[in-house]
Design a protein around this ligand. Structure first.
Ligand SMILES: Nc1ncnc2c1ncn2[C@@H]1O[C@H](COP(=O)(O)OP(=O)(O)O)[C@@H](O)[C@H]1O
Ligand SMILES: O=P(O)(O)OC[C@H]1O[C@](O)(COP(=O)(O)O)[C@@H](O)[C@@H]1O
Length: 318
């Protein structure tokens, strides 16, 4: 097995159950045209993609119950190194409903089972050992009940003590609190960024300005994703707007995680922000063209990256 350069943490992993309907009729009987199960959760998806990209990666978090065992089975099947701390509660199942006529995905994510103080302490012990020798830590997704919102700041702080850079992908208080530890990079979607800052971001200029507020706090790279409207990547010196290519959308689940994984891949390859902007956008877009929580491959990104449009946005260095 390749030595791990990256550690991903998924505190609230899931089995993603995708049901495809010809058309979602709320309040009526719906019959599925297709059902699929995939391993899910933000850090897990990042690990799946990085593994496919040939990056040494370990996935960590909590897992429990029959669903947790099934999840570990999927990761083993796919050859992904996994080190999950056991919990009494069962790993959640997240429902994704795809309306094929409208090309729309509706997500229903469970809160997840309660984690006890002893289970939290056991995880911190395991986590600290796993940090040895890795360069990047990915923290992604919601925080299960029982765990304080400050957990990401705590984990990012331990990572910094080990010389490990953190990439954070979270929402709400998990994002707000996580930012306190000044992660190296963050990838909010536009809604997460608007919630964080408490204001609507109506133009590219406003989004760049908002991203630069986070850079002002010490974050080095901010990538703001906006679904089919594309993405904006910003560092202290540069900013790029990326327009994705047209696809038939199958399921957008995992598109954001694919961007995070691609960001880390690019960082490990020493690529600059322009390439990061293009590669991450291509990865997200390709994943959105796949059913369920299926992710893009390295070969696909290499083949299609030239199709995204990248425009430089002039900024004054911070
Ligand atoms: N309908 C779509 N058409 C083309 N690209 C898409 C579409 N949805 C998502 N993407 C691509 O995936 C990226 C991430 O999607 P987004 O929905 O913003 O992330 P998240 O899953 O984190 O909310 C987008 O920036 C874009 O490049
Ligand atoms: O932890 P949360 O916020 O409930 O999100 C978990 C869900 O997000 C996913 O990781 C997908 O995330 P993205 O669509 O943002 O890439 C699913 O696999 C999982 O069901």
């Amino acid at each position: 097995m390749t030595k791990s350069e990256v550690l991903t943490v998924t505190l609230n992993p899931s089995i993603d159950k995708t049901i495809v309907l010809p058309e979602l009729r709320v309040g009526s009987l719906n019959r599925t045209s297709e059902v699929r199960l995939d391993p899910g959760g933000k850090g897990i998806n990042v690990a799946r993609l990085l593994h496919e990209f040939g990056v040494g990666v370990t996935a960590a978090g909590w897992s429990g119950g029959a669903e947790g065992e099934a999840l570990m089975g999927y990761l083993k099947r796919d050859g992904i190194a996994a080190s999950f701390t056991p919990v009494q509660g069962r790993t959640r199942t997240n429902l994704k409903i795809v309306d094929s006529s409208k090309e729309l995905t509706t997500e229903i994510n469970e809160a997840g089972a309660v984690v006890t103080e002893a289970e939290l302490a056991a995880f911190i012990r395991d986590f600290t050992l796993l940090l040895e020798d890795v360069s990047y830590l990915i923290l992604g997704g919601s925080i299960p009940p029982g765990v304080p919102d400050t957990i990401y700041a705590r984990l990012a702080g331990i990572a910094r003590e080990h010389g490990v850079k953190t990439v954070l992908d979270a929402d709400g208080e998990a994002l707000r609190e996580g930012l306190q530890a000044v992660p190296f990079a963050v990838k909010p979607n536009i809604h997460e960024l608007e919630r964080l800052l408490g204001r609507t971001l109506a133009s590219d200029e406003e989004i760049v300005e908002a991203a630069r507020e986070l850079l002002g706090q010490g974050v080095s790279i901010v990538i703001v994703s906006m679904g089919e409207a594309g993405s904006i990547a910003v560092s202290g010196e540069e900013a790029y707007r990326v327009n994705p290519f047209e696809i038939t959308v199958k399921s957008t689940v995992g598109a954001g995680d694919s961007m995070v994984a691609c960001l880390v891949h690019c960082l490990l390859q020493g690529k600059g922000l322009r390439d990061i902007a293009a590669w991450t956008a291509a990865a997200g877009t390709l994943t959105a063209s796949k059913e369920g929580t299926q992710l893009c491959t390295l070969a696909e990104v290499q083949e299609h990256v030239h199709r995204v449009e990248v425009h430089s946005i002039g900024v004054h260095p911070l």
